[in-house]
Design a binder for this molecule. Sequence first.
Ligand code: KG4
Ligand code: ZN
Length: 331
Amino acid sequence: MKILAIESSCDETSVSIIEDGQKEIATVVLSQMDTHANYGGVVPEIASRMHVENITMVIEEVLNKSGLSMDDIDAIAVTYGPGLIGSLLVGLMAAKTLAFIYNKPLIPVHHIAGHIYANNLVRPLEFPLISLVVSGGHTELVYMKDNYSFEKLGGTLDDAVGEAYDKVARVIGLPYPGGPRVDKLAHEGDDTYNLPLPLDDDSYDFSFSGLKSAVVNLVHNEKQRGNEIIPVNIATSFQNRVTEILTKKTIRALKEKNVHNLIVAGGVAANKGLRDRLTKECEKNGINLIVPEIKYCTDNAAMIGAAGYYAYLRGDRADLTLNAKATLKLQ
Ligand code: KG4
Ligand code: ZN
């Protein structure tokens, strides 16, 4: 079954064709990052306008790349939430239009289900599993006992981990998007700053705003005292605390649920410090770890095509009244 998938929930316009939820036939990702970098973050109004300008071209490009025509496509999958409402609406209208004109089933896909199913492009998921979802908008531990069954064990009480990365990057003088840049610096410095380990308790919840504020206050206080700050060491100290708490709670969830499969999802799954630490702990505890290829960690439509296949098998269908949802529970 060949699914044409569309993702436009934030600042990437992406279209992909995926076969049977596993095989990538062709993907195009058009990133608006360079434009938003001028403003230090994603500007929603600009993002939706750029999606409008680009979506048709990206659909045509993916069809050209694949050598397929719309006749070869069996269904259309689309991210309908959560995300920026204006951005979501553009991809959704494009998907509805294709489904209507070519008379194909329309499959609504949750953005985070997409991030999770990016791992299915590496190898078929094995259940039960725990998914650590870490992106610019989400930090969650999800238990899956089977395909397309999601039970949230815990999540962030405030900032998402990617959001904290981007903010810390800004205060130590790195341009947007800061996450990858903090990650790179973190491997060059020393853990010299005494930052707190956030929400180190018995829950599966996370909190990153306190850690973020600790960095902001540290930089502010050192500047006021006329002291020099050492950005590489802040990056190392911050990243160590983040990866320590994410790994600690994830391993505890695996042990308590007696689960031996871990997958990581979302933009922060690209983080080398997190990948290294999880790899080490999983080896120690006999856990099978899957992390997506870096290109499938950040937003892309290939992951929506993979998730869309299992959503379709579950019976998920939408009609042309489907609306975009800025906030949407994973279920
Ligand atoms: O999943 P994603 O592309 O968009 C959302 O759905 O939110 O994630 C984007 C987030 C940004 O906050 C970005 O800074 C962060 O992922 N990110 C990273 C890394 N690569 C991307 N954070 C830390 N280390 C990285 N290597
Ligand atoms: Zn995302």
